[in-house]
Design a protein around this ligand. Structure first.
Ligand SMILES: [Zn+2]
Length: 233
């Protein structure tokens, strides 16, 4: 299968679903990553233009650890809206990577870029299948499930499916550590250690389903997107 994970910012996937992606990868599936925003506001002192390039490199290093291809979006942080431009980007992403499974943020997450990314990908998934919707790539006329990954810190998110990532935790941590620029900024601005945050969330979801570490998901329930079988690894 071809698995496409679309997040808002360069380090979101590492925190919320990288263990599951690595598990898919080990089973022989192909992984594609994308972030719609450029990450250029995620620091207090590094100028935006410089930061965008740093974060692109960090995301590439992380994707390399996973053995995944990555797309870097150009929407400035906190300036991603659900509009024609963002939906065209979403359609192009779907048509370029032709997913059998799409993973994105929850519509209930804390930040507008996260919520808008989820809405953009939902709204892009139908036109992506239509040959008469003009875009850079050919239509992807395949139906596939959409999964929402956890909300940050697990707030207001009750998973309906869990993936045991106990054996994938080491790589998930290494991937997150690639995002070096975020470690200090998050410590100073949000007073959190992002590795600790990720580990606690994974341990919390693990406790709920009886394993050491897990990631939680919800299948997007809409007509044509519900599958009566287990698809997550
Ligand atoms: Zn984010």
């Amino acid at each position: 299968m071809r698995i496409l994970a679309v997040a808002a910012h360069p380090d979101d996937i590492e925190i919320l679903c990288a263990g599951t992606l690595y598990k898919y990868k080990k089973q022989g599936h192909e992984i594609f990553l994308a972030h719609l925003c450029d990450g250029g506001k995620g620091h207090t002192t590094i100028p935006s233009g410089e930061l965008k390039e740093i974060r692109k490199r960090e995301a590439e290093q992380s994707a390399e650890l996973l053995g995944a291809e990555i797309f870097h979006g150009e929407f400035p942080d906190l300036e991603l809206y659900v509009n024609e431009a963002s939906i065209k980007t979403g359609v192009n992403l779907i048509r370029r990577f032709k997913p059998d499974v799409l993973i994105t943020h929850s519509l209930r997450d804390y930040q507008s870029d996260h919520r808008n990314t989820a809405q953009v990908m939902i709204d892009a998934s139908y036109p992506a299948s239509l040959p008469h919707y003009n875009c850079e790539y050919e239509a992807h006329p395949v139906s596939y499930p959409i999964f929402f990954m956890d909300c940050l810190a697990g707030i207001d998110f009750l998973p309906s499916e869990y993936v045991d990532i106990s054996d994938e935790m080491e790589l998930k941590k290494k991937m997150l550590l690639c995002h070096e620029s975020q470690r200090r900024w998050l410590q100073e601005h949000h007073v959190i250690d992002y590795i600790e945050l990720m580990k606690k969330l994974s341990a919390f979801r693990g406790m709920q389903c009886g394993v050491k570490y897990a990631e939680g998901f919800q299948m997007y329930h809409a007509w044509g997107r519900i599958y009566p079988k287990r698809i997550l690894p």
